[in-house]
Design a protein around this ligand. Structure first.
Ligand SMILES: *Cc1c(COP(=O)(O)O)cnc(C)c1O
Length: 363
């Protein structure tokens, strides 16, 4: 047992998922979304493993700068754009493509005095009400941007879907209609689909897709598993048993004494806790894989440890491997136990958890 907790990142699975996404969106280019430390998978190593991506997307300027410093030369799109002349200068120096979603950003570009050399992505708010020009304000913003840029420079069009994971609602259809109406007659490449848009029930067109979650092998659709979509989990969060103990019937385990043994129980104490990013909200009964078998969490998650009932397992001892999520125990399922979504679990893996890349030679 050289190490306790670690997150093993399967580069082969990452590339497999890109191919599954390409098959779902034939002809579309893939803008791999690597914001938030690549959803906890490690910004730089993920981007380097994803050399087949056509572009990368990040939320913040620092993330784009970091990719450039580490030698990533592919196009990089700054999803939230820039908010000051200094940020614009840095984005220019790093050759970042910018999303332009607000009048202030158009003014910053105008004030810069020279056109932006990389493509600009003008974002239309078709119903999310987060970022983007409202459809009625979009034309004027587009014309102003067009006037600032040489005719040869690219202005691309994008929007973001609010409910593409909903198999029955009307939201996606309405957003697509608003986008089509707002952009009618305007040339330029288009990008609409996130992971749920790529795999969801409503066909979403566009020259570019912007997968995040699906790249990492988690299902973006509540009613479909990743395996059903052909996706393979990229992260395996693993650790080890550090102690095995007998808990006599009637005694409790952990803080708050929330779990009581109904019979004499063999309990393994495992080195992972909320200090590593495992949600404290996981209840007793949450599945944990010990030596490849699912057993229930018992008692509260503490900062550095959890307890699991291993009474049903033959041989568990110090050093027995434990998996919190990965192949066979989807992070989506664990997220469900925590009352949250896989995005949050993946992003929450904390800095003290070493990320180990595996399978980088596999294509
Ligand atoms: C985060 C993000 C994505 C990726 O979303 P997933 O649901 O992870 O596929 C795509 N587009 C934009 C604008 C985003 O902010």
């Amino acid at each position: 047992m050289s190490r306790l907790i670690r997150a093993v990142i399967d580069a082969g699975a990452l590339r497999h998922n890109v191919e599954v996404i390409r098959a779902r969106a034939p002809g579309a280019r893939v803008m791999a979304v690597v914001k938030a430390n690549a959803y906890g998978h490690g910004l730089v190593q993920t981007a380097l493993a994803l050399h087949s991506a056509d572009a990368f997307a990040v939320a913040r300027l620092e993330e784009g700068v970091r990719l450039r410093e580490q030698g990533v030369r592919a196009p990089i799109v700054l999803l939230e754009g820039i908010f000051s002349p200094e940020q614009l200068r840095e984005a220019r120096a790093q050759r970042l493509e910018l999303v332009v979603h607000d009048a202030l950003q158009v003014e910053l570009l105008a004030a810069a005095g020279e056109p932006h050399r990389e493509p600009l992505w003008i974002k239309i708010d078709t119903g999310m009400n987060r970022l983007g020009f409202r459809p009625e304000a979009f034309r004027a913003a587009y014309e102003r941007l067009r006037a600032l840029q040489p005719a040869s420079s690219e202005i691309r069009l994008m929007t973001h879907l609010a409910a593409a994971d909903d198999p029955v609602g009307h939201m996606t259809g309405e957003q697509l209609e608003r986008f089509a109406a707002a952009t009618r007659g305007i040339a330029g490449e288009r990008s609409i689909a996130n992971s749920a848009g790529i795999f969801g029930a409503v066909a979403v067109a566009g020259q570019w897709v912007r997968p995040g979650l699906a790249l990492y092998g988690a299902s973006p659709l509540p009613q479909r598993t990743a395996a059903e979509l052909g996706l393979r989990p990229v992260m395996r969060l693993e650790t080890s048993v550090i102690v095995v103990r007998q808990v006599p019937r009637g005694e409790t385990v952990g803080y708050g004494a929330t779990w009581r043994a109904e019979r004499d129980t063999r309990v393994a104490i495992v080195a992972v806790g909320y200090g590593d990013g495992l949600p404290r909200s996981l209840p007793s009964g949450t599945p944990v894989c010990v030596a490849g078998r699912r057993v229930p969490l018992v008692g509260r998650v503490s900062m550095d440890m959890i307890a699991v009932d291993v009474s049903t397992l033959e041989s568990v001892s110090v050093g027995t491997p434990v998996m919190l999520w990965g192949e066979g125990l989807p992070v989506e399922e664990v997220a469900g136990w925590a009352g949250t979504i896989p995005y949050e679990l993946l992003c929450s893996v904390s800095e003290r958890v070493p990320l180990e890349i595996a399978g980088s030679a596999a294509a």
